[in-house]
Ligand binder design. Sequence first.
Ligand SMILES: NC(=O)CC[C@H](N)C(=O)O
Length: 198
Amino acid sequence: MNIGVLALQGDVREHLSALAESDVLARPIRRPEELADVEALVIPGGESTAISNLAVSFGLLDPIRKRIADGMPVYGSCAGMIMLATTVLDGRPDQESFQGIEMTVRRNAFGRQVNSFEAAVAIDDISGGDFHAVFIRAPWVEEVGDDVRVLGRVKDGPAAGRIVAVRQGNLLATAFHPELAGDLRVHRYFVEMVRQAA
Ligand SMILES: NC(=O)CC[C@H](N)C(=O)O
């Protein structure tokens, strides 16, 4: 199986290790030629404005948009979720996205005071109990289109009920970082999505 991790900025290494532990030897992607060699892509957490800028300068914005439109499976965590959204609130005016998931996300939504926190999230489709989800200056999803399935919401605390995991067809996004939490269930779920798409 040939999965790439978009390696322009962010926690690329952590996704590569989470995939390796899920028995997939993934590779970093920085150039359009490398993208052409993979059947699926992970967009890491990091800073969506930086990923957007670098995607434009590395000539990856349009090729990734096209692959997504053609059905390539993609998983985005945090900044990666923002990069998959059709509409971004509180983004920089020139910020671009790869599009794909019909949703409105709000950047840094959980508030400036709470830069990072942990909360329980239950994910439909994934058994084994709640995720101990790590959020770092995370977005949340404010609106979803008809074809988007809400897979997970924050269970408790001030942000209870907020949508933090979604899927639309072959596209998966979480506002939290399973790659930092040592819980491989989201990566394994994505690997299974890739297997089924193949
Ligand atoms: N941990 C993260 O990926 C943070 C996302 C970041 N706040 C952004 O807007 O891109």
